[in-house]
Ligand binder design. Structure first.
Ligand SMILES: NC(=O)c1ccc[n+]([C@@H]2O[C@H](COP(=O)([O-])OP(=O)(O)OC[C@H]3O[C@@H](n4cnc5c(N)ncnc54)[C@H](O)[C@@H]3O)[C@@H](O)[C@H]2O)c1
Length: 261
């Protein structure tokens, strides 16, 4: 076993499924103590149990990242239980569907509240503990939808573009304290979130069953496949680790070449 996060205390939000689950397991495998945070306490428990069952260190916390109170409790409890926080992977998110015209105010508020405000709240309440630890790494989950247009996901795209702006902004404010802040902009990974977007007829592909949609999505990527959760977790691991110690304020696409054109 290598141990690229040996001794680090890492919070992963949205750890109950998809990319967050893969990252939580990867971080644990690489020596971190991982707090698996998710609005689904059941799924957070499953990820933490999977890591613990394999002999690694992980605990679960049920947290809605759109709730300031719950996020603050997550951060403060983590610091109390483990003595410090070194890494935050602010990954939790939902898929919002709708053009600008047919998105109603409640849906706009929901998607922005989780995908953008949730990232800000996670940073806001973890930052005091990173400062106390003398530095750390924040990895924020954006999307290629925050960089280029994707059909019929207005609130989602706005939130992800906001995450990119917030990432660059926080990198400036906290660099001198040794805190790095970077963002990942993934292309398509077939998770429940993306499958929901496809089912609604939005996103990059539509029509057919799940296998047909995955094949259609793969065809539009230069590498001729869609991503796996591990493709994204690999970069999150690198950015979380000290190997990325001179990288901050950066936005990395992991998209099989999609945004190259
Ligand atoms: N899958 C993709 O193609 C893709 C592409 C670009 C970006 N992303 C981003 O990656 C992140 C993870 O998505 P995924 O594809 O793994 O989806 P997923 O649906 O598999 O996992 C998302 C997890 O976030 C949790 N979650 C949702 N709302 C939450 C809240 N309010 N508080 C805490 N947890 C909450 C869910 O319960 C779920 O476990 C999201 O931010 C998503 O926007 C995904």
């Amino acid at each position: 076993m290598s141990a690229r996060l040996k001794g680090k205390i890492a919070i992963v939000t949205g750890a109950g499924s998809g990319i967050g689950r893969a990252a939580a397991l990867r971080f644990a495998l690489e020596g971190a103590v991982v707090v698996c945070a998710d609005v689904s306490g059941e799924n957070a428990d499953k990820t933490a149990a999977e890591a613990s069952g394999a002999g690694y260190q992980a605990v679960a916390k049920q947290v809605d990242v759109a709730s300031a109170e719950q996020v603050q409790r997550m951060a403060d409890e983590t610091a109390t239980e483990f003595g410090r926080i070194d890494v935050l992977y602010a990954n939790a998110g939902v898929g919002g569907v709708g053009t600008a015209m047919d998105t109603d105010e409640a849906e706009w508020a929901r998607v922005i509240g989780i995908n953008l405000t949730g990232v800000w709240l996670s940073a806001k309440y973890v930052l005091p503990h990173l400062l106390a630890a003398g530095g750390g790494s924040i990895v924020n989950q954006a999307s290629i939808g925050g960089l280029v247009g994707v059909p019929a996901v207005a609130a989602y795209a706005a939130a992800k573009a906001g995450v990119i702006g917030l990432t660059r902004q926080m990198a400036l404010d906290y660099g001198s304290a040794g805190i790095r802040v970077n963002a990942i902009a993934p292309g398509t990974v077939s998770t429940p979130l993306v499958q929901g977007i496809w089912e609604s007829g939005a996103g990059l592909v539509s029509g057919g069953d799940l296998a047909a949609r995955e094949a259609a999505a793969a065809a539009i990527y230069p590498l001729k496949r869609i991503g796996t959760p591990d493709d994204i977790a690999n970069l999150a691991l690198f950015l979380a680790s000290d190997e990325a110690s001179w990288i901050t304020g950066a936005v990395y696409v992991v998209d099989g070449g999609k945004t190259a054109s």
